[in-house]
Write a new protein. Structure first.
Length: 405
């Protein structure tokens, strides 16, 4: 109720996603198996369960595990997506669902510390963000260089032409939120199985069963594969060759701020995004783990199961060079932690939520493309509505856009 009250007018104003009409009887007791308990699969399973399905959720290593794209401590929630109203609406809907879940569970999942976009010469994306945010009444501010310097004296402003702040943006607690979603799912009657899964054979337009790593099979009326960067490995012919879901290696570095420092943590410094020739972003505070810095540039292809997760010296040197320029007070900050994770990119950056073209009962969900976490709640709701045939597949999430529908 609260979530609808919070987000519905905004979503309508954005002309984005049509409302999802799921009710507790929509599912009619249908048995659905969801493979993958990350941001996409976990929320999809929860929405299906709440719609009255009998849901089994399976994951090889568990929700937000260290190999998963949803692993790690924190993610950015922003509404600014240039002129792209669909993702702005999806982020607004998801934010409302995160807040509702916080109330429901008492867990802290979102910190509304705000977001600072640092804009450089090519500012077309951020100018479009301003137009979209203004059109729908999402709080934001445009700052000129003297205002940025006055408000954020800890920044080096080399190359920065102006800045945009988003008030309703902030930090999501990633692994914790995946865990809470699973806990809610189980508390509300869902079945959870930790197991690796392979799809069974497809006959007469239907996926017949799942094969589990414990040697058993599981049969359901519908199947959702939300396997993140592994999706291409599960369906190599359809998604893996000329990949529609390509896993890329990404590095994240966390630096230590000086003892007692208040300049490089919220509220003095919000989440920031630096949009120059590379796209750097960071999460100050980061659950007291340090000053998180990452480069959004796509890395090389990566195997999410066996890939080498030792960060590279070259990546660290780039991060240090950036840090010295943009946050001079952290020039000599020690490295506290580093992670190698992976994006699961679609060719156009849009998500995937469509039926397997050879079946009527298997759904392929993924392609988070480095920006999927914040959308988990709203996207899961949309996927659930598609599985229950309460809405059409969103064309931007369809396989047909790649000629494979
Ligand atoms: C470094 C980094 C930074 C990011 N920053 C942001 C950000 O700031 N904001 C944002 O919104 N997004 C961000 N993203 C993107 C976002 O985290 C992902 O798009 C999102 O988490 C993808 O979720 P998923 O559920 O599709 O995949 P996953 O989280 O990978 O979940 C897939 C699950 O499927 C399971 N699985 C796979 N194969 C099998 C199998 N055969 N059998 C059983 N289980 C299986 C896995 O164990 C896994 O738990 C970032 C991603 C990374 C890597």
């Amino acid at each position: 109720m609260l979530a609808n009250a919070l987000a519905a007018p905004l979503v309508t104003a954005l002309g984005g996603l049509p409302g999802c009409t799921l009710t507790p009887s929509s599912g009619g007791g249908r048995h659905v198996a969801v493979v993958g308990a990350g941001a996409f699969g976990g929320w999809t399973a929860l929405h299906l369960q709440r719609a009255g399905c009998r849901v089994t959720l399976l994951d090889a290593w568990g929700p937000g595990n260290a190999r998963a794209s949803s692993g790690g401590d924190t993610r950015v929630l922003r509404h600014g997506y240039g002129a792209d109203r669909l993702y702005t609406a999806l982020a607004a809907r998801s934010r409302a669902l995160f807040l509702e879940t916080e109330q429901h569970t008492g867990a802290r999942l979102f910190d509304p510390v705000g977001l600072l976009w640092l804009v450089q010469d090519d500012d077309s994306y951020e100018r479009a963000c301003v137009e979209t945010l203004a059109a729908v009444g999402l709080a934001h501010e445009v700052l000129q260089p003297d205002e940025i310097a006055a408000r954020y004296p800890q920044l080096g402003l080399d190359g920065v032409t102006w800045a945009l702040t988003e008030t309703d943006a902030g930090i999501l607690y990633a692994r914790r939120s995946c865990e809470r979603v699973l806990e809610m799912f189980v508390a509300e009657g869902g079945t959870w199985i930790r197991s690796a899964v392979a799809p069974g054979s497809i006959r007469a337009g239907a996926l017949e069963h799942l094969s589990l790593s414990n040697g058993t099979t599981l049969t359901a009326e519908a199947y959702v594969f939300a396997c993140g960067p592994w999706l291409g490995q599960l369906f190599p012919g359809l998604l893996g060759d000329r990949p529609l879901v390509r896993a890329t290696r990404q590095e994240v570095f966390t630096f230590g701020v000086p003892p007692g420092d208040l300049a490089h943590v919220p509220p003095a410094l919000p989440v920031w995004a630096d949009h120059g020739s590379r796209f750097w972003y960071g999460i100050p505070g980061n659950e007291r783990r340090g000053f998180k810095v990452a480069d959004d540039t796509r890395g090389e292809d990566f195997d999410p199961t066996h890939g080498n997760r030792i960060p590279s010296a070259a990546g660290l040197a780039r991060a240090r060079e950036f840090l010295a320029r943009r946050f001079p007070g952290l020039k000599h900050a020690p490295l506290i932690e580093a992670r190698v994770c992976q994006y699961e990119d679609s060719p156009d950056g849009d998500f995937l939520a469509d039926r397997h073209p050879d079946t009527h009962n298997a759904w392929l969900v993924g392609g988070g493309s480095g920006h999927g976490f914040k959308h988990g709640p709203g996207f899961g709701e949309l996927v659930a509505a598609c599985v229950l045939e309460e809405r059409e597949v969103e064309p931007r999430f369809a396989l047909a856009r790649f000629g494979r529908g």
